[in-house]
Design a binder for this molecule. Structure first.
Ligand SMILES: C[S@@+](CC[C@H](N)C(=O)[O-])C[C@H]1O[C@@H](n2cnc3c(N)ncnc32)[C@H](O)[C@@H]1O
Length: 505
């Protein structure tokens, strides 16, 4: 692979010496376009964790003519992709026309920076060759920024675990205001306010704050940006009753309490006995006195029981695969990652089980009579735990008067386009944003919709995601206004068995 040498800037367009393209030029032109097609499938499949095939199988499909060249171009471009993307972003030369052909742009940029010096034919080639000096100087700046001397070092840099993740801290406004935290931390670090979440501060990567007095006394919490966006998206009002359905270790629970300025009540439900202790510690550290810790199964809470019938907002952050927080820098680019996962039966089974619970829990959250806002969140990159869960629940949500709303409209990365309304969903990217989170916000404006039957002619086709309480309610939808769970013998057992084990404070 070529080592980078800064070349003298040459901004002028390179006019082909020979106006008639040579056979080699023509062949390179077509190979780049074939490669762009393959790269598009690879990257799209990978982004959806639904690879349509391995690179090889895509290249060796009958539609690709120049297989050898296409394979080489795709592999080399993928290997250099993080660098190419960074360079293009720094050089800031792409208009919307070329952004629509980004795979071709990646390939040509790779060729310009690291490939063979050949003359370029084609509009995209001409556009980028004319900006060769901007690309080269952006690459030189990238080397300086990453403090490396060669392209090999730069590739290593991208392959090693990410060290460029900023340290985010959330100010616990129950104990300290944001400006005071800024001043206090500013004595030691470069601190700035986050542009999206008002109580979030951004510090340089690798700041070790574990033993900082403000962390030790609960004035600030070390909480990532995506995680802090979840409670902020729910936006509970002071005085409300709010349920954190799957609460431990409690980072979002105490954020909710702070957003409510300590007024109202947060019920923090957690199933796992071992994790209850962590949750209690977090609550204690936060100083919040309006949090009630509940040891039990969220699915077993009866929405119509007096303690829950007044709940206005629910934060549902259920157990998930956690795939969005695994720092696999380059793996996200490779179909082998997705293919490997799909082929892994255990993993597929695990994801199915998780998704099945997530669907039940989301349907259950939407069935609380006074609830106006529900946030569903995961730290997973898998469509099956994210868009697929939401998609399967949308008809049920609509029948209860809920619609998807758009949290943080200014945020660019939205849901995968696999359902109507995907633009309302929010994703963070494990590479670009350093962590892969997903969340959806459901809002009900008209609470008279509670327990209303579905529109005539509209059937809930798949009720497998519903908890048994909800399934029975759907089946007996006409009588749903009077729900007498104990009429159903199986469920009665379940209700008794699953009754919250204890309430702790
Ligand atoms: C992703 S973690 C929640 C993280 C938490 N929201 C935070 O930000 O600190 C999911 C939690 O849900 C709990 N959980 C799983 N199933 C549950 C259920 N049926 N009822 C209540 N909690 C459950 C798990 O034990 C785990 O602690």
């Amino acid at each position: 692979m070529a080592r980078f040498k800064a070349k003298p800037p040459s901004g002028a367009a390179e006019k082909p010496k020979n106006p008639k393209p040579t056979a080699a030029e023509r062949s390179a032109y077509f190979a780049r376009r074939e490669a762009a097609k393959v790269l598009r499938s690879v990257l799209q499949g990978d982004a959806r964790r639904r690879a349509v095939g391995s690179i090889k199988s895509l290249v060796y499909s009958p539609s690709i003519k120049n297989k050898k060249a296409t394979f080489a171009i795709v592999c080399q471009t993928l290997k250099h992709l993080p660098i190419v993307k960074d360079v293009l972003e720094t050089a800031n030369i792409l208009n919307s026309r070329w952004k629509r052909q980004e795979e071709l742009v990646y390939i040509i940029t790779y060729d310009i920076l690291f490939g063979q010096e050949i003359s370029f034919i084609g509009d995209a080639e001409k556009f980028l060759v004319q900006r060769k000096s901007s690309l080269r100087s952006a690459l030189a700046r990238l080397l300086v920024r990453k403090k490396v001397k060669s392209i090999e070092d730069l590739i290593d840099f991208y392959q090693t675990p990410d060290v460029s993740k900023p340290r985010y801290i959330r100010v616990n406004t129950l104990k300290l205001d944001v400006d005071s935290a800024l001043i206090e931390l500013g004595k030691q670090y470069m601190v700035q306010k986050d542009d999206l979440v008002p109580d979030l501060l951004k510090l340089p990567p690798k700041c070790d704050l574990h033993n900082h007095p403000l962390v030790m006394n609960g004035s600030i919490f070390m909480q990532g940006k995506a995680s802090s966006m979840v409670a902020a998206a729910l936006a509970p009002e002071p005085g409300w009753e709010v349920l954190d359905a799957c609460a431990a270790p409690g980072n979002k629970t105490v954020h909710l309490a702070a957003l409510m300025r300590g007024k109202g009540k947060v019920i923090a439900c957690e199933l796992n006995k071992e994790r209850i202790k962590r949750l209690q510690d977090t609550v204690r550290l936060s100083g919040a006195d309006n949090i009630e810790v509940l040891h039990g199964d969220f699915l077993s809470l009866d929405p119509n029981d007096p303690p829950y019938s007044k709940v206005r907002a629910i934060l549902l952050d259920p157990s998930c695969s956690g795939s969005g927080t695994v720092a696999e820098r380059l793996d996200h680019l490779l179909p082998s990652y997705a293919a490997g996962q799909a082929a892994n039966i255990d993993e597929a089974e695990r994801l199915n089980k998780l998704a099945s619970f997530q669907k039940k829990a989301l349907a259950h959250a939407l069935s609380f009579p006074q609830v106006e806002r529900v946030v569903y969140s995961t730290c997973s990159v898998h469509q099956i735990e994210n868009e697929d869960v939401v998609k399967s629940i949308v008809p049920f949500a609509a029948s209860h008067g809920f619609q998807l709303a758009t949290p943080f409209p200014q945020w660019q990365r939205r849901g995968l386009p696999v359902l109507e309304g995907s633009e309302h969903l929010l994703r963070t990217d494990p590479v670009e944003d350093k962590e892969g989170f997903f969340f959806a916000l459901f809002i009900r404006k008209d609470r008279t919709m509670v327990h209303q039957s579905s529109k005539p002619g509209r059937t809930i086709r798949d009720s497998s995601h519903l908890s048994s309480v909800e399934t029975k309610r759907c089946l007996h939808r006409r009588e749903a206004r009077i729900t007498i769970p104990i009429l159903f013998s199986g469920m009665f057992k379940r209700q008794l068995y699953c009754k919250p084990k204890s309430r702790l404070n």
